[in-house]
Design a protein around this ligand. Structure first.
Ligand code: FEO
Length: 401
């Protein structure tokens, strides 16, 4: 039997750790798993904040039942976010607690009907409404598109606890500790950036609006829907999300190549070496065929410079590089520098598509020269690659104007 874990005298963590699912949303690798956090408030009226992914129901129910005093029921289920990693057990909760009121905003309630066919026993809340549990007074703030249109946060004005849904969350299961002061946060911050870049980053502008709301709150504890509970310095995670969603970048260059027989790799190796010799310490090289896409996206989000190199494959961009370009375009990245190079043997194609990406794939400032070689790079080609590496190094020394 798993137990509820106390956060304050009357607030409990009742979430679960998922180390079995390989891919979050069927897309993003989970080498260290992911936590689905949910919370129980024991008051004159009881409340649960969010449910859990359906296949983790037993963890959630065991924890919930362990925290629920004998003879008590659940009065409110507050639904902050409808993605099924959090809403997947609403139906069973309704069957177990038929008198329980399901609390959500207008869009949430529409989605609950669409996903689970539940229309009755709901309470619609709006921005600033208060739900009085007795000791705890909960209020609600809408944070649309962080990460879905219905997303909202719940703030306990009594204990200054923010239940922040996907905002301020990250990948990585909770490894024994559930609080930031119980864990090595360097690993979690890395996984939080990977989560932000791949899941939330596209919605950076809405994230900025959400942060403006959160900055006005007196915050003692942040309880996100994924990742550690932040109680030692909750402002730190807000600052990180603020930086990432402003698309502020660090000095560094990410070099990604797609290469069948190593000739394009010769070009990007020359670029990476030249950038390093020009003084850039953080040069990260990825083989697009082998590096995990989510890790490439994380690194591109972090650093100011990106170099893409691709061979031509069947007259087009090499497929793993094409997938990366499509993904980066979807993330709507800004404020970065881009260098491009390509190769071909019997038909051109790759460099032309990279040029289209440079113009239409986001807010990239192209760093010259662009380089295209036939079959394999010769010394003059490699010298052009070194020139690109040096120019990129000079560019990433300071943020774009
Ligand atoms: Fe963790 Fe957008 O769901």
């Amino acid at each position: 039997m798993q137990n509820a874990i106390k956060i304050t005298d009357s607030i409990y963590w009742i979430g679960g750790n998922d180390r079995e699912t390989d891919l979050f949303e069927g897309l993003w690798t989970l080498p260290r798993g992911v936590a689905y956090n949910a919370y129980f408030i024991n008051d004159e009226k009881t409340a649960v904040i969010d449910t859990i992914k359906a296949d983790k129901l037993s963890d959630y129910m065991e924890r919930l039942v362990s925290g629920l005093p004998e003879g008590r029921t659940i009065d409110y289920l507050i639904v902050d976010h409808m993605e099924p990693d959090h809403s997947g057990s609403i139906s069973i909760m309704r069957r177990l607690y038929p008198e329980m009121k399901i609390v959500g905003n207008k869009k949430t309630l529409e989605m609950i009907d669409a996903f689970y066919g539940i229309k009755d026993g709901t309470v619609e809340v709006k921005e600033g409404d208060v739900l009085d549990l007795g000791h705890h007074k909960l209020t609600f703030a809408m944070i649309p598109m962080v990460h879905w249109p219905e997303s909202m946060v719940t703030y306990d004005t009594t204990e200054k606890v923010l239940f922040s849904t996907d905002a301020f969350g990250g990948f990585c299961a909770l490894e024994g500790g559930i609080f930031d002061d119980e864990l090595d946060m360097s690993l979690y911050e890395d996984e939080t950036l990977r989560y932000f870049a791949n899941i939330v980053g596209r919605y950076s502008a809405p994230t900025q609006k959400a942060i403006a709301k959160v900055r006005g709150l007196d915050l003692k504890i942040i309880c996100p829907a994924h990742g550690p509970i932040l109680r030692s310095n909750p402002k730190h995670i807000v600052d990180l999300y603020d930086k990432w969603s402003k698309q502020e970048t660090d000095e560094g260059v990410v070099v990604v190549y797609g290469s069948m027989y190593g000739n394009t790799k010769l070009m990007t190796d020359a670029i990476a070496r030249a950038a390093c010799e020009a003084g850039v310490k953080d040069v990260i090289v990825h083989d697009a065929s082998r590096s995990n896409l989510s890790c490439i996206v994380r690194d591109v989000w972090k650093y100011r410079g990106l170099v893409l190199g691709s061979c031509t494959y069947n007259t087009e961009l090499y497929p793993p590089v094409a997938t990366l370009c499509r993904t980066l375009k979807n993330k709507m990245m800004k404020n970065r520098y881009l260098g491009i190079c390509g190769s071909y043997s019997w038909s051109k194609g790759a460099l032309a598509e990279l040029q289209v990406f440079a113009e239409q794939g986001g807010d990239w400032k192209l760093v010259e020269p662009t380089i295209e070689v036939k079959s394999c790079p010769k010394e003059p080609d490699l010298e052009l690659c070194r020139e690109l590496g040096r120019n990129m190094a000079a560019a990433v020394k300071s943020p774009r104007e």
